[in-house]
Design a binder for this molecule. Structure first.
Ligand SMILES: [Cu+2]
Length: 421
C-alpha cells in the first residue's frame, strides 16, 4: 500500500508535470550534463559570458534543472602580484553565473564547506517564502558540512543575484555573491549578439595582507569587476555591428556609476525586470545602486578600444593610502627629495601625473601582496588606471572564440596628433 508520503510525492510530481507542460512545452530533459539552454527557450539566446568567470553547469533530472553550489574558501588572484584569501562558491568569487529560462523548474543544492554557518538568498527572484534563504526567518542556517536544496519555478526573466543571508556583513565582504540570469522564454526583441555579466565589488584589503577586512564600512581600497582589477580584467571582445548587452550586479556597500566610451546605451533591464522601451533613457553612464542590477544595451557600430569603467575615480585605482596630506598646488620643488629621505617612495601630487608611480612601482619594493595604484600599459604608454576598468574591443574581424585581438590600430588620419612639442 502506498504511504501518505508516496501519494503526496506522486501528486506533486503530477502537478509539477502538468504545470511544467503548460510553462515549458519545449522543455524536454537532456540526457547528459549540459549548459545548453535551448530546450527551455523558444529561441536559444547567446550564452552569457562572465568575464574571468563561467556559468554553472546543470543536469536535467526529471524535468528539473539541477545545479550544485559549494560555499567554500577560495584564493582569487585580483591581478598578478596580488592573491586574496576570499570566500566564494565552487572555487571562485564571484560564484558561477546561474543561467536558466523563465518557466524552468530549478533545484539548487547548496553545500557548506565554510568554517561557519551560511544560507543562500536568491536576490530578486520571485519564489515561495520558504525558498528565500533568510537564515533564522525562513530556515535554520546551513551548518558546516550540510547540504540543503532549494527548488522553485522561475516566473520572471532578468538579471538577479545570489548571496548569503547569514553572517552576511562578513560573508559578502569576503566575496560570496553571484549572478542569476533568467532568460525570457520568448526571444528578446531585438535579440543581442553578445551578453556579458559583471559583478561589481568593493573590498578592504590592507596593504601587505591577504584577507579582506569585513569590519571596514566606508574606506574600501580595491574595486573589482568579477573580482579582478585592471589590468587583469578580461576585455569584452565584440564584432563591429553586434548588439551587446552588459549586465551589472552590485552587492558592494557603494553605488557605482558605470560609464562606457564611444557609444550611447539604453538601460533595458533592472532587477525588477525589463524596462519598457518608452522608459529607456539614452545614456553613457548609469548608476548601479547597492543591491541592484542594471542591464545596458548598445550597438557596437564603431571599431576601436573603448573604455568601460566606474566613474568614481578612486574606484579605478588599486590599493592606496588615503590618509595622505594634500600638497596639491604647493610648490614642491626641492621638497620631494627631502621628504623621500624620510618616506621612501613619496611623490608629490599634481606635478607629473601619477603614472610615474606606476613606473616606480616596478623597481620600488612596496608592501607584499599589494598592487601599485595603477598598472595598465597601453600601446602609447601607461594607462594610469586600476580597479573597475576594462576595455570593450570592437573589431571588424574577431576569432570564433572572441580571443583578445590586441590593441586597436587606428586608420591613418583618425588619431589625435601633436601640434607642437
Ligand atoms: Cu565604483
Amino acid at each position: 500500500m502506498a504511504t501518505r508520503r508516496q501519494l503526496l510525492g506522486s501528486f506533486l510530481a503530477a502537478a509539477g508535470a502538468s504545470l511544467g507542460h503548460r510553462l515549458a512545452r519545449a522543455a524536454e530533459p537532456l540526457p547528459t550534463t549540459s549548459t545548453t539552454l535551448a530546450p527551455g527557450a523558444a529561441v536559444a539566446p547567446p550564452p552569457v559570458v562572465t568575464p574571468d568567470g563561467a556559468s554553472l553547469p546543470f543536469e536535467w533530472k526529471d524535468g528539473v534543472k539541477e545545479f550544485h553550489l559549494t560555499a567554500e574558501p577560495v584564493w582569487r588572484e585580483f591581478a598578478p602580484g596580488m592573491r586574496v584569501k576570499c570566500w566564494g562558491y565552487n572555487g571562485t568569487t564571484p560564484g558561477p553565473t546561474i543561467e536558466a529560462v523563465e518557466g524552468d523548474r530549478v533545484r539548487i543544492l547548496v553545500t557548506n564547506k565554510l568554517p561557519e554557518r551560511t544560507s543562500i538568498h536568491w536576490h530578486g527572484v520571485l519564489l515561495p517564502p520558504g525558498m528565500d534563504g533568510v537564515s533564522g526567518l525562513t530556515q535554520p542556517a546551513i551548518m558546516p558540512g550540510e547540504t540543503w536544496a532549494y527548488e522553485f519555478t522561475l516566473r520572471q526573466h532578468g538579471t538577479q543575484m545570489y548571496h548569503p543571508h547569514a553572517d552576511e556583513m562578513l560573508q559578502m565582504a569576503v566575496g560570496m555573491m553571484g549572478l542569476f540570469v533568467i532568460h525570457p522564454r520568448e526571444a528578446a526583441t531585438p535579440p543581442v549578439d553578445r551578453d556579458f555579466a559583471i559583478m561589481l565589488h568593493a573590498w578592504a584589503i590592507h596593504p601587505g595582507t591577504y584577507r579582506p577586512d569585513p569590519a571596514v564600512m566606508l574606506d574600501f581600497n580595491m574595486f573589482t569587476f568579477n573580482s579582478k582589477v585592471f589590468p587583469a580584467t578580461a576585455p569584452l571582445v565584440v564584432k563591429t555591428g553586434q548588439r551587446v548587452r552588459i549586465r551589472f550586479g552590485n552587492l558592494s556597500m557603494d553605488e557605482h556609476p558605470m560609464h562606457l566610451h564611444g557609444f550611447k546605451f539604453r538601460v533595458t533591464g533592472t532587477d525588477g525586470g525589463p524596462v519598457p522601451a518608452s522608459a529607456q533613457l539614452p545614456e553613457t553612464t548609469t548608476l548601479v545602486p547597492v543591491g541592484a542590477t542594471r542591464d545596458i544595451e548598445f550597438v557596437a557600430d564603431v571599431p576601436g578600444d573603448w573604455v568601460l569603467h566606474c566613474h568614481k575615480s578612486h574606484h579605478t585605482m588599486n590599493a592606496m593610502a588615503h590618509d595622505i596630506e594634500n600638497t596639491l598646488g604647493a610648490d614642491q620643488r626641492g621638497v620631494e627629495e627631502r621628504i623621500q629621505a624620510l618616506l621612501p617612495g613619496y611623490m608629490g601630487m599634481g606635478q607629473r601625473g601619477m603614472s610615474e608611480m606606476q613606473d616606480m612601482a616596478q623597481h620600488m619594493k612596496g608592501p607584499k601582496n599589494t598592487l601599485p595604484m595603477m598598472a595598465g600599459k597601453g600601446p602609447f604608454g601607461n594607462i594610469e588606471m586600476g580597479g573597475m576598468f576594462t576595455i570593450v574591443k570592437v573589431r571588424d574581424e574577431v576569432s570564433a572564440d572572441y580571443a583578445d585581438p590586441g590593441w586597436y590600430e587606428h586608420p591613418e588620419g583618425t588619431r589625435a596628433w601633436k601640434v607642437r612639442a
